[in-house]
Write a protein that binds this ligand. Sequence first.
Ligand code: ASP
Length: 463
Amino acid sequence: MAQHAKGMSLTTKVLLGMLLGIIVGLAINLSGLNVKGSWMNFYVVDGLFKIVGAMFVTALKMLVVPLVFFSLVSGVIGIGDIRELGKVGAKSFVLYLLTTALAIAVGLSIAASFGIGEGVHMSTDAVFTAKEAPPLSKVLIDIIPGNVVNAFASGKMLQVIFFSIMVGISILMVGKKARPIVELIEISNEIMMKMVNIIMAVAPYAVFALLGRAIANLGLGLLADLAGYVTVLIGVLLLHLFVTLMIILKLFSGKSPGIFLQKMKEVQVFAFSTSSSNATIPVTLRVVTDRLGVHNSISSFTIPFGATINMDGTAIMQGVATVFIANAYGVHLGMSGYLTVILMSVLASIGTAGVPGVGLIMLSMVFTQVGLPIEGIGLILGVDRLLDMIRTAVNVTGDATVSVIVAKSEKKLDEKVYDDPEAGIIEEEDLEIDPQAEKELAEVVEEIHEEIVEETEQKHQGQ
Ligand code: ASP
């Protein structure tokens, strides 16, 4: 059992960073000091805050591809029975689609029952250019990377997942001979997880900077302009997070929602401050595996897969926004219109990655399909940056919920770890380099080096 962390735990520090970031950001915004060209803007908001925040998000992104690759290959070779893989894939796919569809249906119906958007005058200067939804055939073909280097370089998640699974399966087919490569992959996976810990250590400061900047620039005042839309949307998002998903969790896995939410706080804060399910993958993967006890063979697949195709929060936004804009423009959608919206949103979520602001692009795909005016998106553009933060937190919670359910049904959930409130907490020792181990490793390097030199010399003498 892990020892109690000395002093404040990392999660508490991250939460504190978030709270302080919001307070400081708000203070800067309200004081009016943050005008372009002012010292506050130049040195603090667009200086220090921007640099610290962006360096952190970039560091997280740096981890995503190698982490997903090593952990997924290790997951596939560690699954024990390769037929399981298909089952895990099918179960998580169905659950992801179902939760997304449920989310948007709830969003649509609650928004419709409140009649939001009625009586809103639709003048807006903000312009939004529509994007057409890629056809399903393209989405399917694009799962296979024509060029692996390109897939890795541009972080195309579904392609990286596909290739990693293929590598894992091929290693299994090679069998015992592949032992060295299995060792290499296992150790590489461990190394990448260590790197996650290192980056997490600076998270409290980074979260502070990210939120300080976002709130200083945006303020919260704009939320009031669209109070109806914002309140209903946040209400449905919270309902989904705390009620719907938790009922699904309890119903399908029997596990405690209280413990789940307690442990997920950290992940939610990351998603909230980065607005990106993709950049949050390293943190989600760590928490779901080490803290919630989901076996790596499940989480290494369900988390990156979910970050790409499962977006409950985004789906809710699409439902609420559709009703809001339809009402604002006096368009009557009707039942078939609503069903098209549900179907389109679910499809759009498969082909788009979890990055900031992508929800609006998906919304424009839906609008072109149901014939709603794209300009309407301009109405909600201003508040979207802030709402993106909340819905991303809901998105990652959905990914983790499904992971726990799938793991439980596959008997790959370590319930002792799940139930232990202290499990997987990052301790200070985790970030220390053991001097003894350091020395030993240096000796190993020295030995290898000497062996190589000796071999080369022998070769030369032989010639
Ligand atoms: N930012 C969201 C995510 O990464 C997607 C969106 O709703 O824009 O999950």
